[in-house]
Design a protein around this ligand. Structure first.
Ligand SMILES: [Ca+2]
Ligand SMILES: [Ca+2]
Ligand SMILES: [Ca+2]
Ligand SMILES: [Ca+2]
Length: 343
């Protein structure tokens, strides 16, 4: 205050001025409080409004300045964010899967026929004209795309073509993987795409079923699972070839994954066995292909994970059920495509 060198006559108008400013400021506070009732937040001078929308484990924050959106943030509360390099699609990218990695079917009535060999698994690449069976429960196939299939927000991202038709679904669980270490190989973490049956009766994660090679190719194939159940993949009169994958030399093998409920199978009339489709989220479930959303990816604990995109996909037969003369429940795949590239 020294250099200001104020005298008494100057101080009085200054006090009046300060008082006036204080009054104005109180007035502004009143305005702000009123606005607060309407808006989430109003900052002084500019009309900044912030809306927070909380939906499940996602929080969307929208910031507007004078009604114009200036910022939109999506926050995933407690949701792990999976970091992985993105291989952007180019004009030359294929809409279908382009790399084959592994075919490990369960025994089944079309295994070792034209629908169930490693050669057939490779014919599925780059088209949707060939049919591959995965055999009974737990049988799977692993493929890759030549680009990262992006997770488009609020949209389905992948289409899996199967041979389901009205009242005859053979749902398969869909798993996705991002190439987190960027080595081009599916050696990272699989995330199950949560479908409509998640958590329902008969839905079992960490399910394991072991198949045992029969003494003769004419015999049914025994299975036992980690739930204490046993049974057979039964031979039928229409398909007489060995049901045991001929390239598997071990006498036993175990397949692990998620089992889906068989509650939609109705074999009360053996002449007309039906298997109603699930609501959403599975392969070989509905006519014309099944569209799935990468946002439904969950980790081993069932928690949602945030994936920007995926590089690999695994389809796995979900139901363990013998449908009599129709054979075992077994998921089939015609092709898999990046939905954003499908016209
Ligand atoms: Ca999506
Ligand atoms: Ca990898
Ligand atoms: Ca089948
Ligand atoms: Ca089928």
């Amino acid at each position: 205050m020294k250099h200001l060198n104020l005298n008494r006559s100057m101080l009085i108008p200054l006090i009046v001025l300060l008082g006036f400013a204080l009054m104005q400021s109180c007035k502004k506070e009143v305005v702000e409080v009123e606005k607060l009732r309407v808006d989430t937040l109003v900052k002084r001078d500019t009309l900044i409004r912030r809306d927070t929308i909380i939906k499940n484990d996602t929080t969307i924050v929208i910031v507007r300045r004078d009604s114009i959106i200036i910022r939109r943030d999506t926050i995933y509360i407690g949701m792990p964010y999976i970091k992985a390099p993105i291989r952007s699609a180019t004009a030359g990218s294929n809409l279908y899967i382009t790399s084959f990695f592994e075919y490990m079917p369960a025994p089944g009535q079309f295994i070792n026929t034209g629908f169930g060999t490693i050669d057939e698994a490779k014919l599925i690449l780059k088209n949707k004209d060939n049919l591959l069976t995965l055999g009974a429960c737990g049988g799977y196939v692993v493929y890759g795309f030549d680009h990262t299939v992006l997770n488009v927000s609020n949209k389905e991202d992948i289409i899996v073509y199967g041979n389901a038709f009205n009242m005859f679904a053979e749902p398969g669980v869909i798993w996705v993987m991002a190439d987190e270490n960027g080595n081009g190989k599916p050696d990272d973490t699989w995330y199950e795409l949560k479908g409509s049956q998640y958590g329902k009766e008969g839905y079992i994660r960490n399910y394991a079923v072991t198949y045992t090679k029969p003494a003769s190719d004419a015999d049914d194939i025994a299975w036992s699972d980690n739930q204490g159940n046993t049974g057979f993949v039964k031979k039928n009169i229409f398909n007489t070839q060995p049901y045991w994958p001929q390239w598997i030399t071990a006498n036993q093998y175990t397949l692990t994954g998620t089992q889906l409920p068989s509650s939609n199978v109705d074999d009360s009339n053996p002449e007309y066995i039906t298997s109603r489709a699930f609501d959403y989220g599975y392969a070989d479930n509905t006519l014309d292909g099944d569209k799935v959303d990468i946002s439904n990816a969950i980790d081993k604990d069932g928690k949602r994970v945030k994936l920007k995109g995926i590089d690999f996909i695994k389809i796995q037969t979900g139901i363990l059920y013998d449908m009599g003369w129709l054979g075992e429940q077994s998921t089939e795949v015609f092709g898999i495509a990046d939905l954003s590239m499908v016209n």
